[in-house]
Design a protein around this ligand. Sequence first.
Ligand code: G
Ligand code: G
Ligand code: MN
Ligand code: NA
Length: 250
Amino acid sequence: ANLEADLHHALARHELALHYQTQVNHQGITTGVEALLRWCHPQRGWVPPSTFIPLAEENGLIIPIGYWVLHSACEQLAKWANQAPYAALTISVNVSSVQFQQPEFVRNLEGLLAQTQAPPGRLVLEVTESLLMRDPTRVRNTMLKLRAQGVRFAIDDFGTGYSSLSYLKRLPLDELKIDQSFIRELLTDKADAAIVDTTILLAVSLGLTVVAEGVEKQEQLDWLKGHGCYRYQGYLFGRPTPIDRLFESY
Ligand code: G
Ligand code: G
Ligand code: MN
Ligand code: NA
């Protein structure tokens, strides 16, 4: 059977899992996690999202899969809401543009928040530049409705898409995530350093929380700290991990 046929059964057969990667602040304190989808295929083993998410976006399966991801994240937030150190954590969820542009998206998410009793202010939706550019008026209206409930928004993979910067002032964004491709050679590539430096200044002056992705080395962390970036995500702090192993040493 091919991968696409197998994907149709993956949800019902419980082959999909959410792993979580921590986000850490400049004091080393975990402030939240990003939920990252994983597919454990019975024959092929782990299939990376870069392979199956584009498939799911083409055939529409991203709708039920994305709903399952949001449901799982909301249940986790509701669980944490009554447990002291965890109650302050956010969960960031990647939202595909196909899912975001569904007419039922707002109603479905409001339903999930009500049903699970998850605190909406702890949920961060990660959207990409290309999503924001697609149908700007409709996207803005969707964001405003969810923002009114307390849901937050992050712009993901910043700097890698085709976009105009004007959306940064037009849309209700809370967070900007600098793509890991700019962080990788930050210490040796002057252009990357200039882009990251300027992006931090831009984000901070617009009142956005700026998160550096793909931080692997202490030297990268030191550089970022010295240039005014106080949130980080990357292997230096931990890999995406199943929830039951995430806070083993917490
Ligand atoms: O974890 P990894 O680097 O393999 O993820 C690859 C890409 O898959 C990421 O860029 C991320 O945006 C995307 N991705 C991971 N989980 C989800 C998810 O739950 N929904 C969507 N739409 N994309 C996801
Ligand atoms: O949603 P987004 O496109 O930002 O997905 C982030 C991806 O980056 C995830 O698939 C995650 O597994 C991966 N990732 C997270 N931290 C690191 C890191 O430090 N180095 C590298 N190479 N990849 C990372
Ligand atoms: Mn992301
Ligand atoms: Na990203």
